[in-house]
Write a protein that binds this ligand. Structure first.
Ligand code: RET
Length: 261
């Protein structure tokens, strides 16, 4: 398969994954709804970027003749914050606490992607390494928040949230680590690998980090919602409108516990 074929595989895989994730996602609670929409949107954004690259758009030929695919970075600048927001919501049981911590996490992630973009566009070795190392430093900050304060938050939650968080972060930490390794070995870095091989690797990891991970994370969210509903611990504000009968105020099928905290 040549590079363009891999990019087409990415386009179709992301599009198919997005449709499946949207339709198979739960809607019983806001947690489920949020995760379904987030995990459906992530591969949809990626499909746009893969399509552009498959059509030889979203790329630039640098003075050295190297073709740099910047569309990937546009994809990552949107999809990585969405994925991080998803795990944060699991750890924090909703979006309403520790806003500064989440802002710091997302800012570090954006710095990682933007400096990564400059790394990819650099031809001068000094510039290249400075950008690469800056991006890696921002990546470490992302890991610090995931394995430090957010992990502590998750451990204080119920069993379902705790295990969903631990599982999601373990998968995410391993998969995300592969990106800087592949990129540094490929044509934008040390040029040990051909463009086709690097694109094949990134496409397969991207499909895993977005679609396969999406299903795993959504499964965790379904467990969380089932347990919350069974315990009657879903507050009125947390139940999505789909499960609340309108008009009558009759919500007998779901026991509400509105907790003021
Ligand atoms: C770059 C190059 C510079 C050093 C580092 C990088 C990290 C990239 C990562 C990307 C993750 C993308 C994901 C997309 C899925 O939606 C920019 C490759 C550290 C971690 C998970």
């Amino acid at each position: 398969m040549d590079e363009t074929n891999w990019l087409w595989l990415g386009t179709l895989g992301m599009l198919g994954g997005s449709i499946l994730l949207f339709f198979m996602g739960g809607k019983r609670t806001q947690d489920e709804e949020g995760h379904s929409i987030a995990h459906g949107l992530v591969p949809l954004f990626a499909a746009i970027s893969y399509f552009a690259m498959a059509r030889h758009q979203g790329q630039v030929t640098l003075p050295s003749g190297r073709v740099f695919l910047y569309a990937r970075y546009l994809d990552w600048s949107i999809t990585t914050p969405v994925l991080l927001l998803g795990v944060s919501m699991t750890a924090l049981h909703g979006a309403h606490r520790r806003a500064g911590l989440i802002a710091g996490l997302l800012a570090s992630d954006v710095v990682m992607i933007v400096t990564g973009l400059f790394f990819g566009m650099s031809e001068d070795p000094f510039n290249k390494w400075v950008w690469y190392l800056t991006s890696c430093a921002a990546f470490l900050a992302v890991y610090y928040v995931l394995f430090g304060p957010l992990r502590d938050e998750a451990q204080a939650r119920d069993e379902e949230r705790r295990s969903a968080y631990n599982r999601n972060v373990a998968i995410l930490a391993v998969l995300w680590l592969l990106y800087p390794v592949i990129v540094i070995l490929g044509p934008d870095g040390l040029q040990y690998w051909t463009a086709t091989f690097a694109t094949a690797c990134i496409t397969l990891i991207d499909l895993t980090a977005k679609v396969v991970y999406g299903f795993i994370s959504m499964g965790g969210s379904k467990n969380i919602s089932s347990a919350d509903l069974a315990r009657g611990e879903v507050s009125a504000a947390e139940i999505s409108t789909h499960s609340v009968p309108s008009g009558t105020g009759n919500t007998s099928s779901i026991r509400h516990t509105v907790r003021v905290s």
